[in-house]
Write a protein that binds this ligand. Structure first.
Ligand code: B16
Ligand code: MG
Length: 213
């Protein structure tokens, strides 16, 4: 393994909780049942795909224009919640792990479905650790398509089989496996089928086999 590609929401930070709060506000307004279990199915899935999954539980048929406005409304609530995040909102151990891997010159990238990645990275102050950042603004196919990770590997000048993807979502694990990457699963993705490294914490990355840190 030569390089590491990190998912963002749910791996490096817990903005997944803010996604939940924003979608819950929209679902409540539309009287659609929504809970953390449904929210977990949205991990790693693009904004519009997430909305489609939520609207499956509604008897109402929404036009494309209405769906666009609902997604925009959700994003405005989400971005409002993001305004106050700082490096304190990083996942446990994330800063130390990034600092240590950076110090030993492991090429690192972010591979996220989120179009809000630039704002989140800036608020967390972690941009300096990464050689490449690929997000929802640069891709046409969302996870489980491997596009986001393939582009990240290309930017790192690495073959997929030489990169380890760190993911918290089933869609993300599938994307990585579909692209021929090694995968470390954390949180809900720890128990996904075919994960190469189930992680209880990010710091376990420092002990991954073939890793020079
Ligand atoms: P946005 P990741 C994903 O980020 C989130 O897990 C998912 O819940 C969200 O719908 C998606 O980004 C799109 O986010 O609305 O900000 O563009 O886990 O791939 O880093
Ligand atoms: Mg994620």
């Amino acid at each position: 393994m030569n390089a590491i590609i990190f998912d963002l929401d749910g791996v490096l930070c817990h903005t997944d909780e803010y996604h939940y709060m924003a979608w819950k506000a929209i679902a409540d307004e539309l009287h659609i049942p929504f809970n953390r279990e449904v929210n977990n199915q949205l991990r790693g899935v693009s904004r519009m795909e997430s909305l489609k999954l939520i609207l499956r539980n509604s008897p109402v048929c929404y036009s494309e224009q209405e769906k666009f406005l609902l997604a925009e409304k959700k994003n405005n609530i989400y971005r409002e919640l993001l305004q106050n995040i700082t490096s304190k909102d990083l996942a446990d151990g994330a800063w130390t792990v990034l600092e240590k891997l950076h110090a030993v010159h492991i090429p690192m990238a972010i591979g996220s479905s989120s179009k809000n990645t630039p704002l989140i990275v800036e608020k967390l102050g972690i941009g300096k650790f990464f050689d490449a950042i690929v997000d929802g603004n640069q891709i046409s196919h969302s996870k489980p398509d491997p596009e986001v990770f393939l582009l990240a590997a290309e930017k790192l000048h690495q073959k997929p089989s030489d990169c380890l993807v760190v993911e918290d979502a089933e869609a993300g694990v599938k994307a990585a496996l579909n692209g021929g990457f090694l995968v470390a699963g954390i949180g809900p993705a720890k128990d996904c089928p075919n994960v190469n490294y189930p992680l209880l914490s990010l710091s376990e990355l420092l002990a991954v086999e073939g890793h020079p840190a």
